[in-house]
Design a protein around this ligand. Structure first.
Ligand code: GTP
Ligand code: MG
Ligand code: ZN
Length: 316
């Protein structure tokens, strides 16, 4: 009884204690960099073994020596993440949009692009696509063609060049980054860090300089980082490490078509309410694929993903 009272009193003390707050700007293993509300950037550590905070989280922290201890993570508006068979890989929390950042080279994967867009749809986060390296004309035009289905489904797709000798497209992109927090993600080498360096001169993010002969001077991004775009902190841009495989293990196969706007546009009149749009008769999605109303490649991606998600052995 006595212990019970003591722990109750202890809990009340903790609840009444006034902790400082801050914004998680980067994570390094279990340690996080926090821009505290007093304007100081501090390294903070979790109390337990595991760190629960991700970039974009607001946390409560307390001072310990010259560093901080994370006391709690405040409720999130959203969390953008990948899910493999083993792990959840969080990109960031409390974001307003994702910018899927591709380059004319290296060649991007339609499957991975589609997966990132599906994850954003499922989390209710809006997305835009940027195709960088406009200066590499032939490669660029080929990639631009491949993005037609995404433009047709109503997504904003912007051309860009960050090449200082041939800049292009920033005046169209810049307004879309105002007054919001944008997470930039995409394959390694597309130019994500170059974009952040262009927009945030103080950032000096290491960019990947490919020296094929020696493979030296290669600076690929290894941690997700939040940068304020302006002094009033009205807009932010988040750099992230390039990824190869965007895991979607958290998506239910029956929900998949709903998160693909080009398919979803046709599925209202399916004969069966639980139509998989794969082999059922009277399915307008399959008719649209035959008529060219849905891009064949996008439908192939749907089929492949559906089969994959439907065959994950698990707790479902
Ligand atoms: N030709 C051309 N090269 C570019 C452009 N933008 C960036 N690059 C180059 O592309 C390479 C990769 O750029 P990064 O910004 O490091 O790419 P990243 O997407 O951050 O890559 P990771 O950190 O590995 O995910 C660098 O050598 C850049 O100089 C562009 O518009 N045109
Ligand atoms: Mg980078
Ligand atoms: Zn159907």
């Amino acid at each position: 009884m006595a212990t019970h009272t003591a722990s109750k009193r202890q809990r009340a003390a903790v609840a009444n204690q006034h902790f400082e707050q801050g914004l998680v700007t980067a994570t390094f293993g279990r340690h996080v960099s926090v821009l505290c509300d007093d304007g100081v950037e501090r390294l903070c550590h979790p109390r337990g073994k595991k760190n629960q905070a991700v970039v974009g989280d607001r946390i409560q922290w307390s001072l310990s020596a010259d560093q901080g201890t994370i006391e709690s993570v405040l409720p999130r508006r959203n969390l953008f993440f990948r899910q493999d068979d083993m792990r959840t890989k969080s990109f960031a929390a409390n974001i307003d949009q994702i910018v899927v950042f591709l380059g004319a080279e290296p060649e991007y994967s339609d499957m991975q692009l589609s997966r990132a867009l599906i994850a954003a749809q499922a989390e209710g986060i809006s997305a835009i696509i940027v195709l960088n390296k406009h200066d590499l004309t032939d490669l660029f035009n080929r990639s631009w063609q491949r993005l037609k289905p995404y433009r047709d489904m109503g997504l904003t797709v912007l051309p860009l060049s960050l090449n200082a000798q041939a800049p292009f497209g920033m005046e169209a992109l810049a307004p879309l980054l105002k007054n919001r927090a944008s997470l930039v993600l995409g394959p390694s080498g597309a130019g994500k860090s170059t974009l952040i360096n262009t927009l945030v001169p103080m950032a000096t993010v290491h960019t990947q300089e490919i020296s094929r002969a020696l493979n030296s001077g290669k600076h690929t991004t290894t941690s997700t980082t939040w940068y304020w775009l302006d002094e009033t902190h009205s807009a932010a841009i988040i750099d992230s490490p390039g990824f190869q495989e965007f895991g979607l293990h958290h998506i239910q196969p029956a929900e998949l078509a709903k998160w693909m706007p080009d398919l979803a546009a046709h599925m209202g009149a399916c004969k069966f309410h639980n139509c998989t749009h794969m082999h059922e008769p009277g399915c307008p999605v399959q008719t649209a694929v035959e008529d060219g109303g849905i891009d064949e490649n996008r439908y192939r991606i749907y089929q492949e993903l559906f089969d994959f998600l439907d065959n994950i052995p698990s707790y479902r």
